[in-house]
Design a protein around this ligand. Structure first.
Ligand SMILES: [Zn+2]
Length: 182
């Protein structure tokens, strides 16, 4: 099942249009309560978690505007039930506007649901999670899929509500610094 969220921003990164699948995208960023009408005119950065993530996306936006060429960023948009594989395409439009296309092209059901606790992101025991590839960082294994982290840390996901600190892993940082042109 293909799902595409398309939105546009003006040269100050304020949202100028958004299609109806926005809520799936916003769900990832805990902004689900907003209707599409309420989003118009607000800054896209209000919906991106984590300083590193914001910084790298800003870099990508700048690059697209400067070079007037689109880029593609392979990403993940996971939910408690599914691993969702997504391509984010950022393309230039008139006068510094950008069109952002987020297409989920593949979904895999997890063996068991994974819940995230995003309320307590300042917890010092929280796991760093890459906002782009959705892997988490554990001392024992570097950047790994959530399921691998659960088994390595010997945690029962049913009772475990990991608190997550949004960040970006080294691989994704490189990818965002030098994104593929489309
Ligand atoms: Zn990553």
């Amino acid at each position: 099942m293909k799902q595409v969220t398309v939105y546009t921003v003006d040269k100050s990164d304020r949202i100028t249009s958004v299609n109806s699948t926005w809520n799936d995208f916003a769900d990832k960023n805990d902004a689900k309560e907003l209707t599409t009408d309420e989003l118009i005119g607000t800054s896209i950065w209000d919906y991106i978690e984590g300083d590193e993530t914001k910084h790298l996306y800003k870099h990508c936006f700048e690059k697209v505007r400067q070079l007037e060429k689109g880029i593609r960023i392979p990403s993940r948009c996971d939910s408690p039930e599914f691993r969702r594989f997504m391509n984010i395409e950022i393309t230039p439009a008139d006068e510094g506007d950008l069109e952002i296309n987020c297409e989920i092209y593949h979904e895999e059901k997890r063996d068991q649901n994974i819940k995230f606790d995003r309320e307590t992101i300042q917890d010092k025991n929280s796991l760093g999670m890459c906002s782009i590839c959705n892997r988490v960082h554990i001392t024992a294994g570097g950047w790994v899929e959530i399921e691998e982290a659960l088994s390595k840390l010997n945690l029962l996901s049913e009772y475990w509500l990991p608190s997550i600190k949004p960040t970006v892993c080294e691989e994704c940082t490189q990818q965002l610094e030098n994104p593929d042109n489309i």
